[in-house]
Design a protein around this ligand. Structure first.
Ligand code: 13P
Length: 253
């Protein structure tokens, strides 16, 4: 990990009722140390953010949203602005998650506008990238990643990469129980770091954290974090219960 602080993020997606959500935040908060040796964050449904961030207050637990709109305000029914997220206590946001891209047909170029807006509004973005199974089978993984990185980071300065995280989530590994092999994850992460090196310079490449996502579980977290260029994990299903999420946060114990 070369000095990059490990980052474990839970993406709850559209799960949990309010009382389970608050209980889970309390449990995670109680198990977090001082946050010096790892960064932990939860990406909660927007309607819970105010309550969840109130519970998390006073701890190093980061609280983020799963999506937002890149415009500041206006006639965008059903959308949430960056400023609204900040007002309810979120300090970070997911951008371009594969479910946003594929189920909700979010255009690739929106991710760049969202990364720019997040940075301008002091939200820490996690830009999600990753190929579908047919793209991997057609040997198009790198081409696809390049396209998503070109769009997502089109308007970012090298020094701003300190605040940007990338999550590599192969779509075929999300919610399927099928995790990328160390070789597949290693190759994709190395490709992403090389892209950052070429476009934004060696310093940006060195400091940017690249998370792996897709069927991360307590029994595979250690192996994943041992892969060069894997700096953390973006966890879906296993972030919904203390029994599975706490051992992931405490991967080294
Ligand atoms: P799973 O961990 O459930 O495969 O989900 C991964 C994911 O999409 C996290 O954003």
């Amino acid at each position: 990990m070369d000095g990059r602080k490990p980052y474990i993020a839970g993406n709850w997606k559209m799960n949990l009722d309010r009382s389970h959500a608050l209980d889970l935040i309390k449990t995670i908060k109680g198990r977090l140390g001082d946050g010096n040796d790892r960064e932990v964050a939860i990406f909660a449904p927007s309607v819970y953010l105010a309550d969840v961030s109130a519970v998390a207050q006073g701890s190093p637990l980061g609280i983020g949203a799963q999506n937002f709109h890149f415009e500041s305000e206006g006639a965008y029914t059903g959308e949430t602005s960056a400023n609204m997220l900040r007002e309810v206590g979120a300090d970070r946001v997911l951008i371009g998650h594969s479910e946003r891209r594929h189920i909700f047909r979010e255009p690739n170029d929106w991710s760049g506008r969202k990364v720019r807006k997040a940075l301008d509004e002091a939200l820490l973005p996690i830009l999600c990238v990753g190929e579908k199974l047919e793209e991997r089978q057609a040997n198009r993984t790198e081409r696809l990643l390049r396209r998503q990185l070109d769009a997502g980071l089109c308007d970012v300065q090298p020094e701003e990469m300190r605040r940007v995280t990338i999550a590599y989530e192969p779509v075929w590994a999300i919610g399927t129980g099928e995790v990328a092999t160390p070789e597949q994850a290693g190759e994709a992460h190395a490709f992403i770091r090389k892209w950052i090196h070429n476009k934004l310079g060696p310093e940006a490449a060195e400091l940017t954290r690249i998370l792996y996502g897709g069927s991360v579980k307590p029994d595979n977290i250690r192996g994943l974090l041992a892969i060069e260029d894997v700096d953390g994990a973006l966890v879906g299903g296993a972030s919904l219960k203390p029994d599975s999420f706490i051992p992931i946060i405490e991967f080294d114990q």
